[in-house]
Design a protein around this ligand. Structure first.
Ligand SMILES: C[S@@+](CC[C@H](N)C(=O)[O-])C[C@H]1O[C@@H](n2cnc3c(N)ncnc32)[C@H](O)[C@@H]1O
Length: 257
């Protein structure tokens, strides 16, 4: 089993609502994404294909923690009549509009921006937007940087599925991240059914050295089909990202508005 890295101590960051640099987003993230999108080509193609296969039967989307949508294709966003984007980053809305504004204008997609904490306001957001499918695009694995209490962190992640009961929802999220030798070829994506613990995943991937566990093994219900893809976020550091979707049980046709 790979050794565990400690997440950076959130108390060393300014985590106020106005912070423009946080461990999970903000200025550094925008700069990095702007600079490295070409190197992320294969990972972005995996996201695009996976999103094209996610058909949640709703024309409305609650998009949780999208940042500027650096990894989200226009082809996905324009499928919706309305998108409610929820992010704590004060810069995300500006960059999101720069990246996707013209495609959204052409498709007539209405974008509403909410700068708030998705974990804190989940219930009220779900109440306010009862017919919206929900997507968590690479945000849940960032909760380790924002919630220093491990019990609360695990509880937030574990109870998410229950809180989203009867909703069509999907997530791709960091599972493990760590050092990578850039001379090696990128490993291939793979599919699995059933929960893989951090230890199982590290063993399956043959990981050695120190890896950061993003504590997201319980995001998806245990029997969910899932895909794992490597993301070379910077040349010598990769994230293993898990993708999965959950169909709301009782909504069916009601969502087709
Ligand atoms: C890695 S970025 C997501 C990248 C995004 N998929 C893209 O395509 O650019 C994570 C985002 O989640 C946001 N975030 C992290 N925790 C959050 C929370 N509790 N509530 C709302 N937004 C959050 C951060 O501000 C950041 O913009």
């Amino acid at each position: 089993m790979a050794k565990q890295l400690e997440p950076e101590d959130p108390r060393t960051w300014d985590m106020s609502e106005d912070a423009i640099m946080t461990p999970s987003g903000g200025l550094l993230w925008h700069w990095r994404a702007f600079r490295r999108r070409k190197q992320w080509r294969d990972f972005l193609a995996s996201i695009e294909l996976w999103l094209s296969e996610w058909q949640p039967q709703s024309n409305h989307l609650l998009l949780m923690g999208p940042s500027a949508g650096w990894c989200l294709p226009d082809s996905f966003l324009i499928r919706f009549k309305t998108i409610i984007a929820v992010d704590i980053d004060p810069l995300a809305h500006f960059f999101f509009r720069r990246l996707h504004g013209s495609a959204l204008n052409q498709s007539g997609t209405k974008l509403v921006w909410r700068r708030t904490n998705l974990f804190r306001d989940l219930e009220s957001l779900l109440r306010e937007y009862p017919d919206h499918a929900v997507l968590f695009p690479n945000v849940l694995g960032q909760h380790i940087f924002h919630e220093p209490d491990e019990t609360r962190l695990r509880q937030d992640i574990k109870t998410l599925g229950e809180r989203l009961k009867n909703r069509n929802w999907a997530s791709f999220h960091d599972r493990l991240s760590g050092d990578w030798n850039p001379a090696l070829p990128m490993p291939a994506s793979f599919e699995a059914i059933g929960t893989l613990t951090a230890a199982d995943l590290a063993e399956k991937l043959g990981l050695s050295g120190e890896w950061l566990d993003h504590m997201t093994d319980a995001v998806l219900p245990p029997d969910t089909e899932r895909m794992f893809a490597p993301w070379p976020i910077i040349p010598d550091w990769i994230h293993w990202v898990e993708f999965g979707s959950v169909a709301g049980i009782e909504r069916g046709k009601r969502d087709e508005r």
